[in-house]
Design a protein around this ligand. Structure first.
Ligand SMILES: [Zn+2]
Ligand SMILES: [Zn+2]
Length: 235
């Protein structure tokens, strides 16, 4: 079988002030480390629309910055043979948690502005209506993180560069039948730990990615070459 080796959680500096690496360098870095696909999950939260909320600048200007990072990354990816897909890490105004969302198109980001003003419940409903994959990122990161009602989400992150193999998250995912995700939460060069999501077969577009996530058609590979099977019988 051939595999598509993917990163599902990556930030770049154009949007995410906490990130140190700009999109072109980040994609080159993933290419050098053997990845075929990168989901760009820049922060999408009130703070990235600061210029709108605090200075009264048009909301669309900040949204363009968000989308331009993806467009730049995609251009570099196209030249290197790395698939770059648009995604987001959303933090809602009403809650401290972070959520990974796969499947929103550029058109939908324009059509549905200020998604961060929704509650988790409202967004969950919206995600189901629109066939998005909706997951809680690092559900045990710190004391402010609270576990989402599992019926509202599809999955949760169980491994990233900050928590490594997060046994609490693994247990929580298993107990609640949540689909387990691996993402490095890449912000800096040192976050490149080589953790990969190995999708079974070819993934070149977001619909295929979502389908393989929902169907658990992937394994998680992390240092040092340890593997987690995600299908229901083996997770
Ligand atoms: Zn960040
Ligand atoms: Zn993140």
């Amino acid at each position: 079988m051939n595999y598509t080796l993917a990163e599902l959680h990556c930030h770049t500096r154009e949007v995410s002030g906490c990130a140190k690496v700009y999109a072109p360098d980040a994609i080159k870095h993933f290419h050098e480390n053997g990845y075929d696909l990168v989901c760009l999950t820049n922060h999408y939260k009130r703070g990235i629309f600061r210029r709108h909320y605090e200075n009264g600048e048009p909301y669309i200007d900040s949204l363009e910055v968000f989308l331009n990072a993806y467009r730049t990354a995609k251009e570099v990816g196209d030249s290197l043979g790395v698939t770059v897909l648009l995604a987001a890490e959303i933090t809602f105004d009403s809650c401290y948690n972070d959520y990974l969302v796969y499947g929103l198109t550029e058109e939908q980001f324009y059509k549905y502005p200020k998604l961060h003003e929704m509650t988790v419940e409202q967004f969950s409903h919206f995600a189901r209506q629109n066939g998005l994959f909706f997951a809680q990122a690092h559900p045990f990161r710190n004391e402010n993180t609270i576990r989402t009602d599992p019926s509202l989400i599809d999955g949760c992150e169980i491994i990233n560069s900050y928590e490594n193999e997060d046994t609490q998250s693994i247990e929580w995912a298993r107990e609640n039948d949540l689909i387990p995700l691996c993402g490095q939460d890449y912000h800096r060069y040192v976050d490149m730990r080589g953790f990969k999501t190995a999708f079974h077969g070819e993934v070149r577009d977001i619909d295929t990615l979502k389908q393989k996530l929902f169907n658990r058609e992937y394994s998680i590979i992390f240092d040092p070459k340890k593997q987690i099977n995600t299908d229901k019988d083996n997770f």
